[in-house]
Ligand binder design. Structure first.
Ligand code: CUA
Length: 215
């Protein structure tokens, strides 16, 4: 079993949290600058007739056209946004590629209205998939009829289109404790769309092996 790899959902949480922190830092900085100017220029009033002459569209009042603060704001924004983007690219590549180590490949065929799952040994099940705990699983996703989208709501980022004639793949690491996950269709695909739900039963590896060998 693979232990060293970082599953996509953990990477998504990490990325989300970093963006959140970046947004908070930026928001705080901008709010402070905003408040500073609001207080500093509170009392200054432009005489009505002077305003008419000086303040037209695209003009600023004389003596206020300093860009010092604007420059700092742009620099701070630029640094934070650039760092976040640079951090995101390799992660996206990592998630979109096949997993560094795959323990199990499952073929997923979407149809109106359900899911067919096929194991490496040819065993097929419909709507209820059994998977072992703590395992890297790659889903190869196709559709038999119309556009669907395969997703596991409990696992962040586990969602991919199921398109006729196109092979999409998605990988996850199953939970380390036995339990149950949901499978849902994320794309309106007909009158039975909302009924297109399945289950993933996560069981201990020995139980999984027994299941796999059963007919
Ligand atoms: Cu299949 Cu919605």
């Amino acid at each position: 079993m693979a232990q060293q790899i970082t599953p996509p959902d953990e990477l998504w949480w990490l990325t989300f949290n970093q963006f959140l922190i970046g947004a908070l830092v930026l928001g705080t900085f901008v709010s402070i600058v905003f408040a500073y100017f609001a207080i500093r220029y509170w009392e200054k009033k432009v005489k009505p007739n002077e305003a008419e002459v000086v303040l037209g569209p695209g003009r600023v009042a004389p003596g206020t056209s300093k860009i010092g603060w604007t420059r700092y704001t742009l620099v701070v924004t630029g640094i934070i946004v650039t760092l976040l983007i640079l951090a995101t690219f390799p992660r996206t590549d990592y998630v979109e590629a096949s997993p560094p180590e795959t323990d199990l490949v499952i073929w997923v065929t979407a149809f109106q209205f359900g899911w067919e799952f096929e194991y490496p040994n040819g065993k097929k099940v419909v709507n209820t998939l059994v998977l072992p705990t703590d395992t890297v699983v790659e889903f190869k996703v196709v559709s038999r009829d119309v556009f669907h989208a395969f997703g596991i709501p409990e696992i962040k980022g586990a969602k991919i289109d199921a398109i006729p004639g196109i092979l999409n793949s998605l990988w996850v690491k199953t939970p380390s404790e036995p339990g149950e996950l949901n499978v849902v269709c994320y794309e309106l695909c007909g009158v039975g769309h909302s009924l297109m739900v399945g289950k993933i039963k996560v069981v201990p590896p020995d139980e999984f092996q027994a299941f796999l060998q059963s007919t």
